[in-house]
Write a protein that binds this ligand. Structure first.
Ligand SMILES: [Zn+2]
Length: 235
């Protein structure tokens, strides 16, 4: 069993806020937790954050993690015309690749129209994690010719924070590879953005990492999935 721990790195609760408490206060604690648990993950970062917080990107790389692309401004791609979609990908890829190789992509809000997949291939991406198994659109998607490995997110991020008795049976039943994502959340907005956040969320994440370790599951960066001999990566 492979588990990909992924983090979406963006300003706070887009589109509602423009602050960056998650980056400034949350990220150091999150990186410390990954280090303590010896877990290496994939951090999907917006170009905007990479420009404003270069030291954060450097700290993520220092931790042995993969940096991936999360668009430039965190605008959902299904609201963009083709030219703007291309420039979002180009601008974010350019700034992120100043730090190191970037070959994995996840669209903001996990909304990425099939018509733009070719833009990712043209920009040198090898893996896309913009689909989500918990969304109806994933199960009713049409066929698509692509060389990209498409590895959907398994679960919405709030599942990682629900009470343990509910959480463990869900985590234990996910198909391989389990792709889990962590979001920074604000304490004032929608209920799914505020319940059990902060220290409670960190504690739950640590429990989740230990839960999978006890199961014998292996934490894998998304760019290392194929190298780990994984066979069910969708194309
Ligand atoms: Zn996001």
């Amino acid at each position: 069993m492979n588990v990909c721990w992924t983090v979406d790195v963006e300003h706070d609760c887009p589109p509602f806020l423009t602050t960056c408490r998650g980056i400034e206060e949350g990220m150091p604690r999150l990186l410390e937790l990954f280090e303590q648990e010896q877990v290496r993950g994939t951090f999907f970062i917006t170009g905007d954050i990479a420009r404003r917080f270069p030291a954060t990107v450097a700290a993520i790389l220092d931790g042995g993690h993969e940096i991936g692309c999360h668009g430039d401004t965190h605008t959902p791609f299904d609201t963009l015309d083709a030219a703007t979609a291309r420039s979002e990908i180009q601008a974010s890829s350019a700034v992120l690749r100043e730090f190191g190789p970037v070959t994995s992509f996840r669209a903001p809000n996990l909304r990425f129209p099939d018509r733009y997949v070719a833009l990712l291939e043209a920009a040198g991406y090898r893996l896309d994690s913009s689909q989500a198994k918990y969304k109806r659109t994933y199960w009713f998607r049409g066929p698509l010719e692509t060389q990209l490995a498409r590895v959907p997110a398994s679960m919405t991020s709030s599942v990682l924070r629900i009470p343990r008795a509910l959480r463990y049976p869900i985590l234990g039943s996910l198909a391989d590879p389990a792709v889990l994502f962590v979001h920074f959340r604000s304490s004032t907005l929608r209920l799914d953005c505020r319940f059990r956040t902060g220290q409670q969320a960190l504690d739950a994440l640590r429990q989740n990492m230990r839960f999978y370790r006890a199961m014998g599951a292996k934490g894998v960066r998304m760019d290392k999935l194929e190298a780990s001999g994984h066979s069910t990566v969708h194309r």
